[in-house]
Each structure stands twice: as structure tokens, then as C-alpha cells.
Design a protein around this ligand. Sequence first.
Ligand SMILES: Cc1ncc(COP(=O)(O)O)c(C=O)c1O
Length: 369
Amino acid sequence: MNLSRRAFARAAGAGAAAAVFAPLISVKPLFAVPPPAVKGDIRLSANENPYGPSPAALDAMRDAFAKAWRYPDESQDALAGAIAKSHSVAHDQVLLGDGSSEILKVAAAAFTGPSRKLVMAAPTFEAIGAAAKITGADVVNVPLDASYGHDVAAMGAVAGAGLIYICNPNNPTGSITPRASLRGMLASVPSTTAVLVDEAYFHYASSADYESVIPLIASRPNLIVARTFSKIYGMAGLRCGYAISSHETIKQLAAQQAWDSINIMAIAAAQASLGDTQHVVEGRKRNAATKADVVASLKKLGYEIIPSETNFIMINVRRDVRPMLAAMHTHGVHVGRLFPALPQHMRVTIGKPDQMQAFVKAFGEVVGA
Ligand SMILES: Cc1ncc(COP(=O)(O)O)c(C=O)c1O
């Protein structure tokens, strides 16, 4: 996207008010480019991991410069093998992606179309909806249930579904869909409907009611699980994710993908990250501690937070969130965009402790506490 946001707003003939709110609009492909970074601003808007990659990943990338001239086939193969081993699946059950975004896109391309709907929650991570619309598919949005889990019964009951997308834990709510309801849905949905469970935030979830569905692929060949190195592994800028499914489904996904879409730096960093389990343990611990402090501070200010199993929280601000997003921005803190299904909630990524202290201070000032 070469047009700056300002140039885009001008080109679109947007007025001054629209220009102010342009950074807050929620659809990724054209509009979600973050506002220009201002030096010193605190970025809590994209659920990134502010601690970055493992030191081993940084070393591996330095070493990988020497491999930059070659296509990454062997390295790709080695990484897929290591991922397969870590999940106790066969090598041919893994497909690497240019971020898990690419996995979502190829799944939409493979399993949705004019007569095959996409079924997804509202609100959830929107990217796959945009990809399905390109295939000519109807996109059916099913509201989350009262506990902010996916309404799996309603989702499973949609006729003509080619693909059901479940984000667990869910972005933007940080909530989980309990293991029993997810298992029930997977057992009852027609075997012709593919199901994609996006586990981008898997590592942050600690609820006893939460589980990965990777082991269920053995009994449901068109169940796809997407994972990413962008979150706990701190590699959002490098772009590496993957899918686990049956070999037959992986072949269908791979047919939609460009060859060699994952670069050697991302592969080297991902491979090294897998070997640094301590980085994951520490990342989870740091996130939980900082999140607990922020939640306590917000509760003291009188605000409710949806229970979060992720590295972000969703705050009920009890008013239209849009002016607050702009006000936080002027205080130098970038928080999540507007999610139209929850227009009175603000999504905030858990950053480092000092960043979160600055966030709480700015939030207090914006709400006039
Ligand atoms: C639920 C979910 N899935 C997928 C992605 C895409 O991640 P990436 O393409 O960086 O792997 C994100 C990014 O925020 C996300 O929140």
C-alpha cells in the first residue's frame, strides 16, 4: 500500500472529520495501515509482543544472511519437519505461510465460493471475511454468545457452509470458546464443511476450559489449525505462520499458495524460536503479570474487562469508543481500532509495564477520572 492514509483520505474525497477518524476504521486490506508513527508514541494497537524475538532467533537471522542468495526450499522443509515433530503429526500435514494471514487467505480460496459460504463470528479477526468475499462467497456473521465464546450451535447450523472460521482465543475479545462446545460442533458439522480454528493466541491461554484442536485432525481430515510466529514468538514483522491439517487438505491449501512465499530470515528465526522454549515460558509469565496489574488499575477506575486469555484486553468504556480512540492517540497511546460489533469497547495490547502505566494514566485522563 503506497498511498499514505492522508493521501488516501484526500483521494477518496473525505472531509476533515473523516480524516481524523481514518486511522480508526477497521478493515485491513486498504485501511488498516497504522497512523504514521510519532517518535515516543506507545503502540498498543496490533497485539504484537514488545519483547521481540528470542535472542537465538536474532543470531539465526544473522547467520542466514549467507543463505540469502538461495531459494529457501531446504530450510522450509527443515522448519516444516520441526513443526510437525513438535505437534506429533506427519511432515506432510504442515504448510508454512507468509504469516498465518496467508493460511487464512488460502483456506478461503480453497473452501469458499459462490455456493460455499464462510461462517464467522462477530466480532472476530476480520481478514478471512475479506478473502472469502473475493471468491464470491456469502459471509455469514454469527454474534458471539453471552460469554463471548463462539455460538458454535448457530454457526454449525448455517446451511451451505464451505468453511467455518473459529478464532480461539478470539481476537478482539480475548475470550475462549470452551473445549466441550468446540468438540461438539466438530462432531456434528457435515464432513463436507471445512473448519479452520485460528490458534494465533494459543500460548497465552491458561484456562482449563481451553484446548488446541490439533489432536482432533486425526478424526476430521478437513479440520485446519492455523498458528503463527507473530505473537508469543515476537516475530510479527518477519511473517511466518503455518497450518496443520490432514495431508489431503494441506494439498488443497498449498495449491492456492505462491511458491516459496516464506523468506529465509523468517524461516531461520522460526526454527531457532522453536528451540527456545524458555522464551515462550517467560513471555507468557510477563504477559500474565502485566495484564493482571492493568486489569486491577482499570477496575479501580470502575471499568469492566472481558476475561482475557490473550496478550490484549477488551475494556467496556460504556460510551462510543471512537472519540476515545482519537483522544488516546493525542495522548501518544495507540490502542486498537473500532470493532463495529462492540462499539463501546476498547481493545488494548499488553505492552511492557512502563508502557501500560502510561496507558492507564492516559486512559484516566481521557475518561476524566
Ligand atoms: C487471530 C489472528 N489470526 C491471524 C492473525 C495474523 O497474524 P500473522 O499473519 O501475523 O500470522 C492475527 C493478527 O493479529 C490474529 O489476531
